[in-house]
Design a protein around this ligand. Structure first.
Ligand SMILES: Cc1cc2nc3c(=O)[nH]c(=O)nc-3n(C[C@H](O)[C@H](O)[C@H](O)COP(=O)(O)O)c2cc1C
Length: 334
């Protein structure tokens, strides 16, 4: 288990949990706030997380270049601590966004949905730490060979885009830790609390990434109707839809009913694609259309029972982690 000690001059609770990943990123706690389109496409959430000693992540996916530039400046103005930008490589205008992130010399880049070749050289020369999101051991080996500094492995429990075969984080995490044993590894999908963090570190990761937990923070850029719907959800209220179309894990609503019906009826690809494309995360997160929008959320939604300030979430994860590992039985000689 990693070293836990009191330190951190300006953390309220003065706690540090040191791992290979915290050393790589220069943060106090192995707690990464997941990049979430809309929900973390702002300064408030990443800023609160980075200030509390975790890694705050701006989700660049749906942001215009100038908004993103301003958001990066706001986070920088609010803290000296590291933060990251999450960049889905399939997004429209990705080259222009890469230029901006190089110009801004972001401390950490988290790239998803594509290969590292597109960006790695440009960020390496300016000292940006490059993390790459992977969905399996083969993908992890390729990203490692391409020279990324660390990996984020996302398992089947995750909100947003889980891996195609829905292998659980419990199994996927160990497979990747085994495939690339020396690589700094962050596990994502289903963690939500301090016990989750303890589990991630036991599986061989150096940090856990938390998405759904931070959606239930005051700082998440989320319509209140969406937040309230998340608050009332149980661990069985999510499902995956859109296999072959960019599958997502979402809460059940009218959109998922229509989508599931089409899938079960074996509807033609074009018909399924039209239903899938007709609903958006923006409609749910921004306009509050919780019936027809894509309500992306992970299974761990049912483990979260409160909306809290993001800094308190970071601190409670660290506190509960310490309590969880303190009661683990130690092996004894018979
Ligand atoms: C609303 C929402 C939006 C997301 N958007 C992105 C994104 O833009 N880029 C990305 O790499 N992952 C995205 N994800 C996936 C998260 O980064 C993360 O892997 C996932 O939320 C972890 O699982 P958890 O929700 O169980 O904690 C999103 C997840 C959610 C719930």
């Amino acid at each position: 288990m990693p070293h836990t000690r009191a330190a951190c001059s300006d953390c309220e609770e003065a706690v540090r949990i040191e791992t290979q990943v915290t050393r790589l990123l220069g943060i106090d706690l192995p707690i990464i706030q997941a990049g979430m389109s809309w929900a973390s496409s702002n300064a408030a959430l990443p800023l609160a997380v980075s200030r509390a000693g975790g890694l705050g992540v701006i989700a660049a996916g749906p942001m215009y270049r100038d908004d993103l530039a301003e958001t990066i400046d706001q986070v920088r103005a609010g803290t000296d601590r590291p933060f990251a930008v999450n960049l889905p490589l399939y997004r429209k205008g990705v080259d222009e966004i890469i230029d901006l992130l190089v110009e801004k010399r972001v401390p950490v880049l988290i790239a998803s949905q594509g290969g590292p070749k597109k960006y790695i050289e440009r960020f390496k020369v300016i000292g940006t730490v490059c993390l790459h999101v992977v969905a399996g051991a083969e993908h992890a080996l390729k990203a490692t060979d391409a020279g990324v500094d660390g990996l984020i492995a996302v398992g089947g429990e995750a909100g947003g885009h889980p891996p195609p075969e829905l292998v659980s984080t419990l199994v996927l995490g160990r497979a990747i830790a085994k495939a690339v044993p020396d690589m700094p590894l962050i596990l994502s999908g289903g963690f939500a609390d301090g016990r989750g963090l303890a589990a991630a570190l036991a599986l061989g990761a150096g940090a856990a990434q938390f998405g759904t937990r931070f959606m239930l923070s005051y700082e998440a850029r989320l319509h209140d109707a969406y937040r309230q719907r998340l608050l009332g959800a149980s661990i069985t209220d999510t499902l995956v839809v859109g296999r072959g179309l960019g599958m997502i894990r979402v809460l059940r609503n009218r959109f998922t009913e229509t989508m599931s019906e089409a899938e079960h009826a074996g509807a033609a690809n074009e018909a399924r694609r039209a239903i899938f494309a007709g609903a958006t995360l923006k409609a749910a997160a921004f306009d509050g259309d919780i019936d027809h929008g894509k309500l992306e959320a992970g299974q761990s939604v049912g483990l979260v029972g409160d909306i809290l300030p993001a800094g308190d979430i970071v601190r409670s994860i660290a506190r509960d982690y310490a309590a969880a590992i303190a009661v683990l039985p130690q092996p004894t000689e018979s």
